[in-house]
Design a protein around this ligand. Structure first.
Ligand code: GLN
Length: 354
């Protein structure tokens, strides 16, 4: 061995030893040491990172453009967040960018009405069955009314959602709105706000939803002020959220209605199973069956590009990625959540033989 080589080797070993020693030595001024990553932490982090890397380059789908402001949103936004029921937050990709919550809002307005009037009110007034039709189907209203002869819709498609918004208590528009926004904020664990550009853009172009509101009023599902209900519904769809907010909202449902970060009991634990049941049946519109087939989890999508899914008792997960498939569901969000759920064995129907 030459002298020079031996010298480098010694130097190298000393360098390794010094680095290792300084990494181990706690610095006097440093904050309390982070708890070491557990096997669960490593497993979840790896699942999120791998799904992110796998689907980052996926170029399928297209931003919603029937609401003009949504066509302008950056299609490359891609963020994943998972929050456990004990409040641990795991993320991959872009969790800073906000998109409008859109139809995911429908879950929380439905929960609000259950809180105020009980789950029976939703079942009797709107129905809790999948329509099997698109989210803004007018035929589904006619079919429910004329063929099925009663409330055979649900609060997660536009007709049922607008009617559900009309049921929220409050003497004035402001009172109703503040109660809805406050409720969503409690789920997210921070004050949420409206994306005014999206709200204005949709309010100017939502004639179809106005027609749906009017028809729901004509058939008695909405008792008063259908135009106001559609307007508030449009505003609730324009609330801005990032992937972490959505995951926290989902985790609050996973934790029996208690926000795992703030500790606030946001809704009654006894109402949560009713919310999750409607999500399982109708959360991804007419593709809800396909979704449940592959994940087993109640979920909800929005045309802003977000999807939330709830693993009851375990975690809430959310992905944001604006390009949508033909049913109006985010392509990357569906793929990423499916992958992560499989990897974490979070499908509640998956049971080892016993
Ligand atoms: N605001 C949208 C609409 O009513 C929400 C639809 C959605 O996210 N699927 O058309």
């Amino acid at each position: 061995m030459s002298r020079t080589y031996r010298g480098w080797l010694t130097l190298g070993l000393v360098a390794v030893w010094v680095t290792a020693a300084s990494a181990q030595k706690p610095k006097a001024t440093s904050a309390p040491a982070q708890p070491a990553a557990t096997a669960q932490d490593q497993n979840i982090t790896a699942a999120l990172n791998e799904a992110y890397a796998k689907f980052k380059g996926l170029q399928e789908g297209k931003n919603a453009d029937y609401i003009p402001a949504l066509a302008k949103v950056d299609p490359n936004i891609f963020g994943i967040a998972l929050v456990t029921t004990d409040g641990k937050v795991y993320t991959a990709g872009d969790i800073a960018s906000e998109v409008s919550i859109q139809s995911i809002s429908k879950v929380f307005t439905m929960a609000k009405v259950m809180e105020e009037q009980g789950p029976e009110a939703i079942e009797k007034t709107i129905g809790v069955d999948a329509t099997g039709m698109r989210f803004n189907s007018i035929v589904s209203i006619e079919f429910s009314q004329k063929t099925l002869g009663g409330p055979e819709m649900n609060s997660l498609v536009n007709p049922g959602a607008i009617a559900t918004t009309s049921m929220v208590a409050g003497g004035t528009r402001d009172a109703v709105w503040n109660s809805i926004l406050g409720f969503y904020s409690d789920f997210a664990g921070r004050p949420l706000s409206v994306n005014q550009e999206v709200f204005k853009s949709e309010a100017e172009t939502n004639q179809r939803n106005q027609a749906i509101g009017a028809l729901m009023y004509a058939y008695g599902y909405i008792k008063a002020k259908p135009a106001q209900a559609t307007d508030i519904y449009t505003e609730q769809c324009s609330v801005n959220v990032n992937a972490r907010d959505l995951a926290m909202m989902a985790a609050t449902l996973a934790a029996g209605g208690k926000n795992p970060a703030t500790g606030k009991q946001v809704m009654a634990a006894k109402n949560v199973p009713y919310v999750l049941a409607v999500m399982a049946t109708a959360g991804l519109y007419d593709d809800s069956g396909k979704w449940l087939y592959h994940t087993g989890l109640p979920a909800k999508s929005g045309v802003g590009g977000g999807i939330i899914a709830v693993a009851p008792g375990k975690f809430g997960i959310a992905v944001i990625s604006p390009p949508l498939d033909d049913a109006g569901n985010s392509v990357r969000a569906q793929r990423a959540i499916r992958e992560i759920v499989a990897r974490l064995h979070a499908n509640p129907y998956e049971v080892a033989a016993r």
